[in-house]
Design a protein around this ligand. Structure first.
Ligand SMILES: C[S@@+](CC[C@H](N)C(=O)[O-])C[C@H]1O[C@@H](n2cnc3c(N)ncnc32)[C@H](O)[C@@H]1O
Length: 201
């Protein structure tokens, strides 16, 4: 119902296109600058398809009313679960990563959104999500147990928390060159953090 010839609206639309193009450009530049390093780190992972199918199996078929992805990065988890969620929300402390995620959401924008937020203080209400994912984030954190407790708080009763991260390893260069704080986790360590959170409920 808006008048398309209104000069103010026309300027807004032009500006919107400029902003979108600038975001796409910024995202592309970021990939460009980091692609070499990512390939090196990615080569250390198991094949992505195997991990993705294990994640989907562990989560179950859904559909999930609300998925929250902690440390959403470029939005990979949201893309992976796109067919199983009614709504997906992600947050991250890196504005560059968020710019990439927004640029790559495409048609998913109707049901997915990303925002700035810290794993220690999630920017959404407690008890709202039926699926929370934390994919390759915990090893960057000084206090992974606290992030797990905060992620668990987001779950509604019966909801699922999926934690995907490295097993213990000795690749020190990841600490020095890629800001890893922890060289992987044992299942027991993760289990204790989950149990200490559960015993508080
Ligand atoms: C290796 S990336 C993984 C991104 C995404 N989960 C994926 O698997 O593609 C780690 C992400 O964790 C984010 N991150 C690190 N510390 C964080 C914190 N305290 N709160 C939220 N996000 C954080 C980083 O900005 C980065 O986007």
């Amino acid at each position: 119902m808006l008048d398309p010839s209104d000069p103010v609206l026309a300027r807004d639309v032009d500006r919107l296109h400029e902003i979108r193009a600038a975001r796409d450009e910024a995202a592309a530049e970021y990939f460009e600058r980091n692609a070499a390093d990512w390939d090196r780190v990615r080569a250390l992972h198991l094949p992505e398809a195997d991990i993705d199918s294990a994640i989907l199996d562990a989560a179950g078929a859904g559909p999930f009313d609300l998925m929250v992805d902690v440390g959403v990065g470029q939005g990979r988890m949201i893309q992976l679960f796109a067919d199983r969620v009614r709504r997906a929300e992600g947050f991250d402390t890196s504005r560059q990563m968020l710019a990439i995620a927004r640029a790559s959401l495409g048609d998913l924008k109707t049901k997915a959104a990303v925002q700035f937020g810290d794993a220690y203080a999630p920017p959404m209400g407690a008890g709202t999500a039926d699926l929370v994912t934390i994919h390759q984030v915990l090893h960057f954190l000084s206090d992974p147990g606290r992030a797990i407790a905060e992620a668990a708080r987001l779950l509604k009763s019966g909801g699922r928390l999926l934690i995907i991260d490295f097993a213990p390893h000795a690749l020190e260069f990841l600490r020095e060159e890629h800001a890893h704080r922890r060289l992987g986790f044992t299942d027991a360590e993760i289990g204790e953090w989950c149990e200490s959170r559960a015993s508080r409920d």
